[in-house]
Design a protein around this ligand. Sequence first.
Ligand code: UTP
Length: 297
Amino acid sequence: MARKVTKAIFPVAGLGTRFLPATKSVPKEIMTLVDRPLVQYAIDEARAAGITEFIFVTSRGKSALEDYFDCNQILEQTLEEKGKDDLLETLKATNMESGAIAYIRQHKALGLGHAVWCARRLIGDEPFAVMLPDDVIAADKPCLQQMIEAYEETGGNMVATMEVPPEKTSSYGVLDVGENIGQVVRARGMVEKPSPETAPSNLAVIGRYVLRPSVLYNLNQNKQGSGGEIQLTDAIAEDIRNGVPVFGYKFDGQRFDCGSKSGFLQATVAFALARDDLRDDLRQYLHDAVVTGQAAQ
Ligand code: UTP
């Protein structure tokens, strides 16, 4: 039986340039969908999947992220004194247990593969998850939990995958599909950011992975790939060449690319519409805005 996955790496050391000027001082992962920062959605998903050790790969300017997970005693005390129990509960749910969270620094933004490699000593010789908080996935069963359940059957490496329009392949790692076994596909290869003409399929890899420690050994070579960056995709593809299987998991759920402005806005609307306290007002607003917009054309 595959070894239990209890550690997750959250690479959050990127520059977040698509959200400038906001990301000049606010880490992208702290930006909020309604009232919760992106990183909280990722942590909740990880916890639901049985993760107990949370490793953040951070960089200069990300201290707001570290502060976010601290217990804010003054705030808790104030809410308690005022009898605001619901808010107090919400706040307490964001606290992390002592020792459960570790921060490690990526000194230069050399790529996602390099960021993951920075956490190698904290992972050791165990399978581990990688979660990119800017991919937010709305699902009945959290995406990482779906993947870990599938991984417990298959072993090997498992990456979350979804179909994208052929013209979008150059924004993703893309699978060369060997065998198709229902929700799971076995990959023959993986390519980072292929052009639509050379893409082996339109099955893109998105920001959830369950990986073998062998991927970390592959990253030891620090080889530059697409865009001059050290790519996680290349290190996973190397496992395939070494005979370690790699599976794509076609998850159930809706993925929002919150690293892009349009994806972030769509997620904001979707998550607000899912809330009982916001739905009616927002629906009314959207209806009026769309109808008025159409009338003006
Ligand atoms: P992105 O490609 O979205 O880059 O990184 P970015 O810097 O976050 O954002 P833009 O493109 O400049 O707007 C994908 C994930 O990989 C992490 C990012 O933090 C993000 O979670 N990453 C990327 C690192 O941790 N280190 C790197 O060197 C590169």
